[in-house]
Design a protein around this ligand. Structure first.
Ligand code: FAD
Length: 109
């Protein structure tokens, strides 16, 4: 069985090898799974002055409020998880929070 390594892939016409990270060695492999990598696109949040985490995500409280009044964060830009289910849930919480901020706590969404 081929070893499992993380590294930079070098593809050839009918073959594939992986150059293990920080190693000169080339490792032949049967399958390669891409990790594209992600980074938060936080330029707008930075412009607005939102407090960011060390990873570049927007800090928010449990009501999706950021450090800037009137600015809310939900989804991948807001920690802790990057999944559709969490993004939807955070979006709903943000919508309820915004509704209450606009119309008062008694107002139903
Ligand atoms: C390859 C891959 C596979 C995945 N597979 C799964 C999976 O199987 N299950 C799962 O639950 N999750 C999966 N995810 C994660 C999932 O896609 C995200 O959690 C989800 O899309 C987050 O939704 P979002 O609305 O926060 O962000 P996004 O869906 O990224 O939407 C953000 C939108 O904002 C736009 N945008 C960014 N900056 C600006 C700006 N300044 N002005 C205007 N528009 C802007 C972007 O173009 C984008 O359209 C996967 C992600 C990737 C990359």
């Amino acid at each position: 069985m081929a070893p499992v390594v993380a590294g930079r892939m070098e593809a050839r016409a009918d073959d594939a090898v992986v150059r293990a990270r920080r190693a000169a060695e080339l490792v032949p492999c049967e399958a390669a799974y891409f990790y594209l990598g992600q980074r938060p696109r936080n330029e707008l949040a930075q412009q607005l002055g939102c407090k960011l985490t060390d990873s570049g995500h927007i800090e928010q409280d449990r009501r999706q409020r950021t450090s800037v009044e009137g600015v809310y964060a939900a989804g991948d830009i807001a920690p802790p998880d990057e999944t559709v289910a969490v993004a939807i849930a955070q979006g709903q919480v943000a919508a309820i929070t915004i509704n209450r901020a606009l119309y008062g706590p008694e107002q139903r969404p």
